[in-house]
Structure formats: C-alpha cells, structure tokens
Design a protein around this ligand. Structure first.
Ligand SMILES: Cc1cc2nc3c(=O)[nH]c(=O)nc-3n(C[C@H](O)[C@H](O)[C@H](O)COP(=O)(O)OP(=O)(O)OC[C@H]3O[C@@H](n4cnc5c(N)ncnc54)[C@H](O)[C@@H]3O)c2cc1C
Length: 413
C-alpha cells in the first residue's frame, strides 16, 4: 500500500539518491531531493572513465566486503542485476555486456545516463533542489527536521521520512564529503572510520622502476608476513608512486585497514596465461630463441628485457643455453615479484570509501535504519566495498531503489 501524501526527503542526488527518489515517486509519494551540487549525478559522470560501468553479471554477495554476507545476499535477492536493468530500461537506458560481464550503456556515455535520470526525475514530478546542502537531520515525534545551509541562509523543513544517500568521502570534489556521518552517529548509529577503498597503492617499485608507465594484466596478492590477506586480478599500471589499476585497487581497502603495517604485494605476471606460457616454453626450450623474444610473446618489450636481467640472464641468451636453475628463478620471479607497500593514495584519488555505518544497522529489504524508524541509509553511506567492474553502482542503485520503495509504503513510520 502506498500513500500519496507521504513526504520524503532524499539527501543526495547521486546514483543511490536518484534511484530512491524515482522508486518513491513512481509509487505516488511526494519526494524532494536535496543535492549540494548545481547538477545531479556529478560523480556518475566520471564513472567508468566517462563510460559508466553500470553493473556486472557477477554481482553476488560474495563479491562484496561488508559486515554480513547474508545481508548482501538478501539485498541483491530483492533488487539485483535484472531488476536494475529493468529500471534502467524504464527510464530509457539500454545496456550491453562485455565478454567479462561488465555492463555499460549502449551509448558508452555516462552523460546520457545522467541525462536519463534527470529527465526521469522531472517526469516523475520529483522536486530536485540543487545547490542545497543539508547540514543536519533531527528526528522528532512526527517525522524529521532537516536543516539546510545555502546562500549564507539557514532554514529548516520537515518530512515524514528521510533517505540519506549522501555518499562517502571518495573524490570529495564531486560532492560527497562525509559531513553527515557525525549526524548519523548523533542519531544512534555506529560510525566506522572512513578510509580509502578502490585506491591506487603506494609501493616501492625498487627493481621495477624501468616499467614506469607500463600497463598489463596480472594477478596480485597482499601479504602480511606469511599471511595472505587478499588477492585479485586485472589490469595493472606501474606509476612513479607505485601501482594503479583494478588489480591493486580491489585489494586497497585491506591496506587502508592496516595503516603503518609492513605489508607486501606479490605480482604474478603469468596469472592470465600460465598454460600458454608453459606450452610455448616446452616447444622452444631446446631452441636458440633469445629469451627476451620468447617473453615478448606475452609481455611488452620493457618487461621482456627487465625480467631476465633481474635473474642475471642477458635478454639475448638463447633458451637452450639457460640452465634449469636460472630458468626456474626467472619463472618464479614472473609469478611472484614482491614489492613493499607504503599505503594507499588519499580520498582525492580513490573511487570508493570503506567505513561508515555497518550494514547490520539497516534492514536489507528496505534499507530502513534499525536505530531510527523512518530513516533510510543507502549507497556509500553504508560500509560496503565491491570490486571494480560496476559492483559499486549496482549496490548504490539496489540500495537506493529498495529504500525508495519502502519509504513510499504506508505503515508505521
Ligand atoms: C572516478 C570514479 C570512477 C568510478 N567508476 C565506477 C564505475 O565505473 N562503476 C561503479 O560501479 N562504480 C564506480 N565508482 C563508484 C561509484 O561512483 C559510487 O559507488 C557511487 O557513486 C556511490 O553512490 P552514492 O549515491 O552512494 O554516492 P554519490 O554518487 O557520491 O552521491 C552522493 C550525492 O550526495 C550529495 N551530497 C553529499 N552530502 C550532501 C549534503 N550534506 N547535502 C546535499 N547533498 C549532499 C553529493 O554531492 C552527491 O551528489 C566510481 C567512483 C569514482 C570516484
């Protein structure tokens, strides 16, 4: 049952806020979105390098880090990839899938995604209040008082329900700066310290300095002494301060959780084609093919030259003149190059922030706070980390949509 008189405030016009507002308005509620930026969807515009990697076929609970995997399974069971695709289609966004399951809009343009959401909000008669920053929220007997700060003026408005979709602390220039977390703490929620996630990793490149600027696919593992903390695989970029790209970004929240700890990252350059590597080696082992030419079948020239030299083998050495021990050493290095980790880059350079409110403090079916009735928490407000590949937008849209549906429903506040 839905109540057309229901007055709902959505704080934040990002991915989760827009999904929440639409779902609530489609059910007849009177919805107001407060967005501090002069436009909605500012962060969406830069996602997927401007192409908006909107979801992923593999979006299932085990791909996310949060306090309770079962919580995530329930949420995705209520609003998963198919439900999101249906919602996107309803507002005029068609998607396609890459061979590895990453979804993008057919237009390959994040701008068209934002335009479609903005148009849908307008068509659904959502009141979108731009350049409106919410400074605080207080809960009372009959609903919530929202205090706005803008244009040097301050004023208050009341709503029956409030959806907090104000994001986390990643990339603050795009609008999400985390200033409502102390407010949520004041309302009774736990606040886990916000820290960078999906962040570039600061590492001492040591002997790999020659690879600066190189981009390749690799497996990575994060080690704390003899304990393996995390692993991931994907694109990797060597930079002057360390490593970038999805492979290391996906493990970065484990690094930011242990500041100052002497961690190591292990690179496995054979991760994606060990079988092909071993097959070609078997064919060419007895020949005079120079080792760097053999390695060139798999790697850029700088890698093909550097790795033999790291093992005291000249790149021009024929494969049939390398002894077994040296060859094994070369392969071991390709499979496990250790670099010491110095930390991660700051919020300004990361795609996500971990920390915030633990998921267990919201109902996974409705995203309603378990501390304050009528208050809903969505997207990066909650402590959820998904890997690169569309997982975080899926969570933002899923949580927003469910909150919007639930907030529009009648019943006790
Ligand atoms: C560079 C970059 C690339 C990314 N690429 C991808 C990708 O391709 N795929 C993917 O799945 N994820 C990607 N992400 C992550 C994804 O963008 C986030 O997970 C998602 O945007 C979170 O949605 P949200 O609604 O919780 O927060 P946000 O999108 O941050 O939206 C929150 C909104 O609330 C507003 N706001 C904040 N505080 C207030 C306040 N006090 N009053 C009023 N308004 C307020 C903000 O201005 C903002 O518009 C990327 C992130 C970055 C930074």
């Amino acid at each position: 049952m839905y109540n057309p008189e229901m007055q709902i405030a959505v704080i934040g016009g990002g991915a989760s806020g827009m999904a929440a507002a639409l779902q609530a308005a489609w059910r007849g509620a009177s919805v107001t979105v407060f967005e501090r930026n002069a436009v909605v969807g500012r962060k969406l515009l830069v996602t997927g390098s401007g192409r908006c990697n909107i979801t992923n076929d593999g979006a299932s609970a085990e791909r996310y880090t949060c306090a309770d995997p079962e919580w995530m399974a329930v949420l995705l069971g209520c609003f998963g990839v198919q439900a999101l695709r249906g919602m996107l289609q309803r507002i005029g966004i068609l998607v396609y899938k890459t061979s590895d399951g990453w979804y993008y809009p057919l237009s390959n343009s994040a701008q068209t995604v934002v335009d479609a959401f903005a148009a849908a909000l307008s068509l659904a008669d959502v009141s979108v209040r731009l350049s409106s920053r919410v400074a605080s929220i207080s809960a009372g007997e009959n609903g919530f008082m929202i205090q706005l700060a803008g244009d040097g003026r301050e004023h208050r408005e009341t709503f029956e329900k409030v959806i907090v979709a104000a994001g986390g602390r990643a990339y603050p220039a795009l609008g999400s700066r985390g200033e409502l977390f102390p407010v949520l703490e004041g309302l009774g929620h736990t606040l886990l310290p916000k820290r960078p996630a999906l962040a570039p990793v600061l590492a001492d490149l040591q002997s790999l300095k020659a690879l600066l600027g190189i981009r390749l696919d690799a497996g990575v593992e994060l080690w704390d002494g003899k304990k393996r903390l995390a692993s991931a695989a994907g694109n990797l970029i060597f930079t002057e301060w360390g490593l970038n790209g999805p492979a290391v970004m996906d493990i970065s929240h484990h690094i930011s959780a242990l500041p100052g700890r002497p961690l190591e990252v292990s690179l496995n350059l054979l991760h994606f084609f060990e079988t092909e590597f071993q097959d070609l080696l078997q064919q060419k082992r007895g020949t005079r093919l120079p080792v760097k030419v053999f390695l060139g079948a798999f790697f850029p020239p700088k890698v093909a030259s550097l790795y033999p030299s790291m093992n005291n083998i000249s790149g021009n050495t024929p494969l049939n003149q390398i002894d077994e021990g040296s060859l094994k050493g070369l392969i071991d290095t390709l499979k496990d190059t250790r670099l010491s980790v110095k930390g991660v880059r700051e919020f300004e350079y990361c795609q996500l922030s971990a920390g915030g409110v633990p998921v267990t403090e919201a109902d996974p079916r409705t995203l309603e706070s378990r501390k304050v009735k009528g208050l809903y928490l969505t997207g990066e407000t909650l402590d959820v980390v998904g890997p690169c590949g569309g997982y975080n937008l899926q969570f933002a849209f899923s949580s927003g949509a469910l909150a919007g549906m639930a907030a529009a429903a009648t019943g006790d506040k």
